[in-house]
Structures are given as structure tokens and as C-alpha cells.
Ligand binder design. Structure first.
Ligand code: AMP
Length: 607
């Protein structure tokens, strides 16, 4: 019986927490000292790890891994500014140098935090636990989600579900309001990530309508901007090109103080061994520094509302969660963009973990009247001929879901097809992220004759399974996309959707050109064959028209004409050959009928 308990975990950039449902209420489980938040910090010592407060106490003296969530499921070039030295890991991801010549991956660091939460929960509940729901930023892509799940498994958990953080916060908000119908925005700004989700709540159904966000935007960025501003103003080079733990800690302290007061003093004695900094910082000055970050958040909020098909007036509440929503300028931004006073009813640091516990309670059967319908944040598709992105599951589709499409071979006698699985919002494959790639074999067939089905299946956690099927043989290739890390160009997560709008025209032109070129390549050899066939009875006028149209297509291809010109030429050739193609099909059918009559077979029987 005790093994049936499922816990809910908020694995945060700065702090983590674990909760369960107890007598129908979600609660967080505290450590021996009564603290419900465990700092997401790990010290890798020669004889074992220290996690949380114990690890933080060593910061500044020894290498301590913090904000590992910023690196999880990423590759080295995208790591950005990080307090400890980084290297590439064997599996293509990142390894953090943890001192004494040792390294740890972000997955291993996250696993240590999850192991500590397991210890706390087992200590509090008095028995072993194995099942957990873990939250992830809504805007985590496939690679980041699967890395988080692996961290859970490494820590000894069976990960029952990954839940989006703002969705979890909405559960915490909505649990007391199950009888109501409302539409809410959840604005979640933590230490490292920003998410905004628009949900509809009705009769216990929590349905996410749209989500947007940035997996690299949070309080850490504000600290960094403030530290850089102060060292710049004082003419002090940041130690070792990095800001140094003392500088970062002081920046965070001043930032927090500015949430309360109009002015705070930045104090760092003997920062470079000689000089000391003592500089007053006004709130307004800080707000100027973080304005670019606020702009990025505003864009995400507007996009989420647009994707959900609503205007601010349609909302009943804008719920703020995450430690950084204590900043007055952040609250003002939320008020402005959602055109209402923000709802501060949820504990900014605890709502997500409570929501995770509620989701665990839903899975465990405690809350039978509650249903959660989440969405996938980014479109999923595959690369098709000509380097195009073919979307199978558009962003903001409710999960779990399935989608499939049939594809064919581009060349005669082709035996296999390379399937590149992509995530992103751009028209060209190269501008999206490759999640993985695999080969489907099929029976050789003439060009365009093989039939290969590709099916995407997204589970409730937003994890993808891809199935490829050769329809002729019924042979399946199943691939779970568990890429160690996804090649995400820096800031690409945040920029991707914006760019899809910005580049919409360019992208559409590129797609139009590729499609027209593929069509031309298909038509030209067929037209050539017919025109050269002496026996083909084509009236001279029609032959002249077709030849003219063919020359125009060839000219458009040779001269590198733009997509509109090429498309028009291809359409003209298509139209010019339409009547001829119909006659050829008719002739072929008549010939077949004659053959059958001659051989005494008769026409095929009806169904
Ligand atoms: P979370 O990831 O939700 O735990 O949020 C942690 C972030 O919230 C860190 O960047 C903290 O510096 C920030 N934070 C916590 N309290 C405050 C405060 N009073 N004012 C400004 N930022 C805060």
C-alpha cells in the first residue's frame, strides 16, 4: 500500500521541493530542519556528494554545481556563461568540472538533487518511495525533457509523468475553484526559466490552450546584468572573465533588496584583492538594466494570448509564480500585458511543487474529478525532399496525441529512407532542431511507388516515440527519441517562434521554390519522353504549346529565377500537358480493356 504513494517534485533552477497529497490536501515535505525548499546545489566531494544547504555553504571555497537545469539536455556551444568550467561529455552533452579533476553531467547533478528529495520524502513518510511526477518548464524541448526523466531514473525514481511548471501552478491555483469556469494566464518566472501558459478551467478540466516561454531567461540573468553593470561602472574587470561567486551573490542580494526598497548598496570589499566596491543602486537603475528581459517576456505573453485566440479582457486572472515575480517591475509588466492586477494568491516558491503533488494525486486516484490536458510547446515534424520541414504535430496540440503521414521514395530502386525528426517553427529543416534521425528500410520500388508511413506519438509527458512502417511488408521501425542533447543554438528557444513570424515571407518563398523545383524535376523527364515519342499523336498546336512551356521551365531553372516565376512556369507546363496526360491515361485503359477482351478475362469484378 505504502508503495502506491506518488510524490510530486519541482526540480527548480534555484530551489527544489517535494510534496504529496495527504488527506486530500497537497503538502510539501520538509527536511530535518523544517525547510521545505532544497537549494538546487550539489558539491561533488571525494567521498560522496552534499546537496542543498550543505552544498551552498561550500560555495566560494569549492566548486559547487548550481543552476544545472540551465545546462540539462544541451550541448556545449549553447552553455553560455556558467560559474564553473565546462567541457563536452562523451554522450554529446555537457560535463561540468567539479574539482580534483572530476566532472559531472547536468543529468548527474539533477539526479543528486532528486536523490536528496527522495531521502527527505522517505524520511517524512517513513517508507520507501519509487514513483514520482517531476515538473519541467513548459518550454523545455524534447531533449531537455528526456534528460530530466533520465535524471529521475538515475536517482531511483520511476518517473510517472513530466508536468509543465505553469500547468502545475494552475492546478495549485484551481484546486479550490473546481466548480468555477475561468480562463487564467499563469506567468512563471524563476531563477533560470520563463514560461507563460493560458489555461481554461471548467468542471475540473484544466486545459492548456497555449504556452510560450524562454528556457534561458530568469533571475540569474538579472543578477548577471547587475553585477556587470556595477563592475563596469567601477572600472573593475570581473575576476577571471567570470563574475565570481561573491560578485554574483552580492548582485542577488542587492536585487532582492530592491524588491523592497528604492535603493540598496552594492558592497564588495577587496573585490580584486585591492579595491573595494561600495555603490548605491537605485531601483530605477536596476529596472533600466532588466528592461530588455522584460521586453522578451512581454513578447512571449502576447504570443501565448494570440495562440490561445484570446485578448487580455477574456482572462479572469493572471496568476504569478516563481521567485522572480517578487520584483515590482515584473509585476508591473504582468499587470500591463494582461490588463489587470496580477493574482498573487499562490506562494511563488511553492505553487509548482504543490501542483506536482496534485498531479501525483490525480494519477494515484485521489482527485478523480480533475483532468489535466496539456500541450506540446513546439511543432514536431520530419525533413522531406528539398530540405523542407513537414509538420506532423503543430505547436500547442493537446497531449497525448498521435499523427502520421505517408511518404514515398524520391529515386528508383531506393531501399531505405532517412527520417530526420525535427522540432521547431521554421519552414526549412536546417533552421529547426534535429531531435534524432533513423533509417526505414522498404522493398525497392520505382520512384514514387514505395509507401512508408511515419507516425509520431507524443505521450502525456511530451516525450516522443516515432514509428516508421513499410506499408508493403508491414515492417515497423520504432524509435524513442532520447537524444542526449539537442543542438539548440543559443537563445534559439526564445527566438524560434518570433523568427518564424519574422521570416515567414522568406520561409514561404523558400518552400515555394523548392516545391516548384521538385515538381519541375518530376514533369520535365515525362514531357520529354512524350514529345520524343514519334508514335504519340499530338496535334501540332498542342505540341508547340507544350514545347514552349517546357522551354520556359528550363529557362527558369537555369537562370535561378525566383519562386513566383518558377512556380508560374511549372503551372503553365502542367496546364499545357493536362489534356495530353488525360488522353494517355484513357489510351492506356482502352488498351488494357482490349487486352483483357482478347484474352477472354473480362473486366475486373466489382467489390
Ligand atoms: P525559483 O526558480 O522560482 O526558485 O526562483 C528563484 C529566483 O527568484 C532567483 O533568481 C532569486 O534570486 C529570485 N528571487 C527570490 N526572491 C526574490 C526577491 N525578493 N526579489 C527578487 N528576486 C527574488
Amino acid at each position: 500500500m505504502s508503495e502506491e504513494v506518488i510524490v510530486g517534485i519541482d526540480l527548480g533552477t534555484t530551489n527544489s521541493a517535494v510534496g504529496v497529497v495527504d488527506s486530500g490536501f497537497p503538502i510539501l515535505l520538509a527536511d530535518e530542519d523544517g525547510r521545505r525548499l532544497v537549494p538546487s546545489a550539489v558539491w561533488f566531494g571525494p567521498h560522496g556528494c552534499e546537496v542543498g544547504h550543505a552544498a551552498l555553504r561550500r560555495r566560494g571555497v569549492e566548486p559547487v554545481v548550481t543552476s544545472a537545469k540551465r545546462l540539462i539536455g544541451r550541448r556545449l556551444p549553447e552553455a553560455g556563461d556558467y560559474p564553473l568550467p565546462l567541457r563536452g561529455s562523451d554522450d554529446g552533452g555537457i560535463a561540468i568540472e567539479t574539482g580534483r579533476g572530476t566532472t559531472a553531467t547536468p543529468v548527474e547533478a539533477a539526479a543528486e538533487i532528486l536523490r536528496e528529495l527522495k531521502r527527505i520524502a522517505e524520511m517524512r513518510l517513513g517508507h520507501d518511495l519509487t514513483r514520482a511526477v517531476i515538473t519541467v518548464p513548459a518550454y523545455f524541448n524534447e531533449g531537455q525533457r528526456s534528460a530530466t526523466k533520465r535524471a529521475g531514473e538515475l536517482a531511483g525514481w520511476t518517473v510517472e509523468r513530466l508536468v509543465a511548471e505553469p500547468t502545475a501552478a494552475a492546478l495549485a491555483y484551481g484546486l479550490d475553484r473546481l466548480g468555477e469556469q475561468s480562463r487564467v494566464a499563469v506567468f512563471d518566472l524563476g531563477g533560470g526559466t520563463f514560461d507563460v501558459s493560458i489555461l481554461s478551467l471548467r468542471d475540473g478540466v484544466f486545459e492548456v490552450l497555449a504556452t510560450a516561454g524562454d528556457t534561458r531567461l530568469g533571475g540569474d540573468d538579472f543578477d548577471r546584468a547587475l553585477a556587470a553593470h556595477v563592475t563596469g561602472a567601477e572600472g573593475i574587470a570581473p575576476p577571471d572573465g567570470d563574475l565570481g561567486p561573491r560578485l554574483r551573490e552580492e548582485a542577488e542580494r542587492v536585487k532582492r533588496a530592491l524588491s523592497e526598497d528604492d535603493e540598496a548598496t552594492f558592497r564588495l570589499p577587496f573585490i580584486d584583492g585591492v579595491r573595494s566596491v561600495e555603490r548605491p543602486v537605485r531601483r530605477q537603475e536596476f529596472e533600466g538594466l532588466v528592461a530588455p528581459f522584460l521586453d522578451r517576456m512581454e513578447r512571449c505573453c502576447r504570443r501565448a494570448m494570440q495562440d490561445a485566440g484570446i485578448v487580455p479582457g477574456d482572462l479572469d486572472a493572471a496568476v504569478l509564480v516563481g521567485g522572480s515575480t517578487r520584483i515590482p517591475a515584473v509585476r508591473d509588466l504582468a499587470a500591463r500585458v494582461f490588463e489587470r492586477d496580477p493574482d498573487l494568491s499562490q506562494h511563488p516558491d511553492e505553487a509548482v511543487a504543490l501542483g506536482a503533488a496534485i498531479q501525483a494525486g490525480i494519477l494515484g486516484g485521489t482527485y478523480r474529478q480533475v483532468l489535466l490536458l496539456d500541450v506540446t510547446p513546439l511543432s514536431l515534424g520530419i525533413e522531406t525532399f528539398g530540405g523542407l520541414m513537414n509538420v506532423l504535430i503543430p505547436r500547442n496540440t493537446t497531449i497525448p496525441c498521435k499523427a502520421g503521414e505517408m511518404f514515398t521514395n524520391a529515386r528508383d530502386a531506393q531501399r531505405s529512407m532517412q527520417v530526420r525528426v525535427l522540432q521547431g517553427e521554421r519552414e526549412l529543416a536546417k533552421d529547426n532542431w534535429e531531435l534524432g534521425s533513423f533509417e526505414i528500410g522498404f522493398a525497392p520500388a520505382p520512384r514514387g511507388k514505395a509507401r512508408v508511413g511515419v507516425q509520431f506519438q507524443l505521450d502525456e509527458s511530451g516525450l516522443l516515440e516515432v514509428l516508421g512502417r513499410d506499408v508493403a511488408t508491414g515492417r515497423d521501425t520504432i524509435v524513442k527519441i532520447e537524444s542526449a542533447a539537442v543542438d539548440v543554438a543559443d537563445e534559439a528557444v526564445e527566438r524560434m517562434v518570433d523568427e518564424s513570424v519574422e521570416h515567414a515571407f522568406e520561409d514561404m518563398n523558400a518552400r515555394m521554390h523548392t516545391e516548384a523545383r521538385l515538381k519541375a524535376e518530376e514533369l520535365l523527364p515525362a514531357v520529354e519522353a512524350v514529345l520524343e515519342d514519334e508514335g504519340a499523336a499530338i496535334p501540332p498546336e498542342e505540341r508547340r504549346k507544350i514545347a514552349g512551356a517546357r522551354a520556359a521551365v528550363e529557362e527558369a531553372l537555369a537562370s535561378g529565377a525566383g519562386p513566383a516565376v518558377l512556380k508560374a512556369a511549372v503551372e503553365r507546363l502542367d496546364a499545357a500537358t493536362e489534356a495530353l496526360a488525360a488522353r494517355l491515361v484513357e489510351d492506356a485503359m482502352a488498351a488494357r480493356m482490349q487486352d483483357q477482351l482478347d484474352s477472354g478475362e473480362g473486366p475486373p469484378a466489382g467489390p
